[in-house]
Design a binder for this molecule. Structure first.
Ligand code: 9MR
Length: 618
């Protein structure tokens, strides 16, 4: 290989410095609460909370409970206080007092509030079922009832609740998964068919508080399967038709269930999050707990607590790695207020704090994830540059680019160089790293944590722009970056420099194939060979293939100057033996030049190579 990798060594040093700077910026030491550690990662960490919505005692008046809630969590969600049975105990009679009390507690303690929920098939007041079932109740009556409820409640909490579970648990656990029976759907229903009632609920909620994030919330959708497919189909339809939906809540009520093969696998969870990310949809881990078999004191074995801790750590790690996972919440503040013992006989110990409000192994493993998990890589358009000249702004077909993705650990720890696949082409996966252009994996020149060099697929030719995404799968789950969109230019040519700095003596050979330089200048009338990239389309070029001996040519017109004097272009096309995308331009050195380094500039189409590249002439 000739020098197609550009300024790799220099930039690797820079990448190392970035890692040092990042490590220095994150004050991981000294974080002692989940709230602090989560805040440092920019993710709200919440718990389902209660006041006295079902009567005394008021849990918020329990000092242990209140202290734990306000120190370990920076988000709360009323476990029951905002549901129909509490908020509309009689037709058109509303009771927001318990919800208000929880909101006030949250505000006093700098916590966010997640609202839950506005439309569900259960936990509604005793007057509602007879009303819904009455032969005199029309679908229009039911629609009005739901609209009034959503409008009244969302309006009441507007500006105080940042995200709502608008509709809860609407799909069945069957295969295929379908809409479940509900007074809002088919018993008797509000009229619109299929997911129409869900759509209506989102539209009414959005009208009442356009600033609130609106979620669909469900269980058993954390891994791939029929139920997730049904939810994804609904969300896809909503997004395509502009129904105001922002997110999906993954409840995450888990049990060990054959650990370590627990449901969902980290890879499956990541896959579902990515499917929603592709639609621009957020995910909240909304109700996590991991129930364990317990003894008569409600306690689990140390071994099972450790397995549970690993599950918490795995789920938090995936959430931190997926940019669209934007909140993490457990269902209860401590063992004392968990729903598990009363719903699953013989089970409990499901949360990171025990009966004494003390941390369990799950607390420690969540802290480990929050302080050590590799973050999601952040890709910026300014970090996608030409590998030879380091100019950015646009990419061209076949251009070899260097991409920096901020974030430690994102990529193999040490450099992995290009590999040829079974068809003799540059592999599109190096050490688990892939770079996609409009979903097409690009041939890779090298990859390591934080930096990768890729060849822009020739297929982007003619496109206005291309969507670029960086992926890393070291095994056990894929980490994906955000997607950035960059303009496509017909050519963004640049010449490799010998010092890999992007300027100074170019990567140029004299007619005898020796390296051109101050001590080895080229004579006028001889031919020099200049190596670069970004020449744009090349007829018949195959992505990732090595250029054959007699390649086809750069498709756009090519001109050149040396020392400001026009130089005859003898060849402009693939560099034989190098990967397609690297280009070679052969020029005849004009006469009359002053001996010494002279600027060389190549124009392809309307674009010029970078200033500051020189060739030595005599
Ligand atoms: O935690 C809630 C519990 O106190 C209630 O008795 C129960 C009634 O259905 O609802 C529990 O919360 C549920 C949540 O609203 C939706 N997802 C499942 C939760 C656990 O059942």
């Amino acid at each position: 290989m000739r020098n197609t990798t550009g300024k790799r060594n220099e930039l690797r040093k820079l990448a190392a410095w970035m890692a040092v700077l990042l490590a220095g910026a994150a004050p991981l030491a000294g974080q002692t609460t989940l709230r602090q550690a989560a805040a440092a990662r920019g993710i709200p960490f919440g718990a389902a909370a209660s006041a006295d919505e079902y009567g005394p005692p008021d849990l918020l008046k329990n000092t242990n409970y209140a202290n734990l809630l306000s120190t370990q969590y920076d988000m709360l969600e009323p476990g029951n206080a905002m549901k129909w049975d509490v908020t509309q105990p009689a037709l058109n009679t509303y009771n927001f007092q318990p919800g208000d009390e929880l909101v006030a507690f949250a505000q006093a303690n700098g916590m966010r509030v997640r609202g839950h929920n506005l439309c569900w098939h259960t936990q509604f007041p005793s007057w509602l079922q007879p009303y819904a079932s009455s032969s005199t109740t029309t679908p229009a009556d039911m629609a009005t009832l739901l609209q009034n409820h959503i409008t009244t409640e969302v309006t009441h909490f507007a500006g105080k609740v940042f995200a709502w579970d608008v509709v809860n648990e609407a799909f069945t656990d069957t295969t295929p998964s379908v809409l479940g029976d509900s007074i809002w759907y088919d018993q008797p229903g509000i009229g619109p068919s299929g997911t129409g009632y869900i759509e209506q609920a989102f539209r009414w909620a959005h009208a009442a508080d356009p600033n609130a994030l609106l979620f669909y919330n469900d269980y058993s959708i954390e891994g791939p399967g029929a139920k997730f497919n049904a939810v994804l189909a609904m969300v896809t339809d909503f997004v395509n038709r502009g129904v105001p939906i922002n997110g999906v809540g993954f409840e995450m009520h888990l049990e060990l269930n054959g650990y370590p093969n627990f449901y969902p696998s980290p890879a499956g969870l990541a896959q579902n999050m990515q499917a929603l990310a592709a639609l621009g949809i957020q995910v909240h881990i909304s109700e996590m707990d991991v129930r364990l078999p317990v003894n008569s004191s409600g306690l689990a074995t140390a071994a099972e607590l450790q397995q549970q801790a690993q599950i918490y750590q795995d789920v938090m790690t995936v959430c931190l790695q997926q940019p669209n996972c934007t909140a993490f919440q457990v269902w209860g503040v401590s063992y004392n207020d968990s729903w598990i013992p009363s719903f699953f006989s013989g089970y409990g110990a499901a949360l990171p704090f025990d009966f004494n409000y003390q941390p369990t192994p799950a607390f420690s493993s969540l802290m480990t994830a929050l302080t050590t998990a590799t973050p999601a890589p952040v890709l910026k358009t300014t970090q996608v540059v030409n590998a030879a000249g380091y100019q950015g702004g646009a990419v061209s077909p076949g251009e070899i680019v260097t991409i920096f993705a901020a974030g430690y650990g994102f990529g193999p720890a040490s450099l992995v160089n290009y590999q040829l696949d079974s068809s003799g082409k540059f592999s599109t996966n190096l050490g688990g790293v892939e770079v996609l252009f409009d979903g097409v994996p690009a041939p890779l020149v090298y990859a390591e944590a934080g930096q990768v060099s890729a060849v822009v697929p020739f297929e982007v030719a003619g496109e206005q722009q291309t969507a670029i995404q960086y992926r890393y799968n070291p095994g056990g789950g894929t980490v994906v970056s955000n997607t950035v969109t960059m303009p496509v230019a017909a050519a963004v040519p640049a010449i490799f420099s010998l010092a890999e700095t992007g300027s100074g003596p170019g990567a140029i050979e004299n007619q005898d194939y020796s390296i051109n330089g101050a001590s080895n200048p080229a004579a006028s009338g001889t031919e020099i060979q200049i190596f670069g990239t970004g020449g744009g389309s090349v007829a018949d070029a195959i992505d990732g293939a090595l250029a054959p001996g007699a390649g086809s040519l750069v498709t756009q017109p090519v001109t050149a100057t040396i020392g400001g004097v026009n130089a005859q272009v003898d060849y402009a096309g693939p560099a034989p033996g190098l990967v397609n995308g690297a280009i070679q331009v052969n020029l005849t050195v004009p006469s009359g030049l002053t001996p010494g380094p002279q600027p060389v500039v190549i124009t392809i189409g309307t674009a010029q190579t970078q200033a500051g590249i020189t060739v030595a002439v005599k």
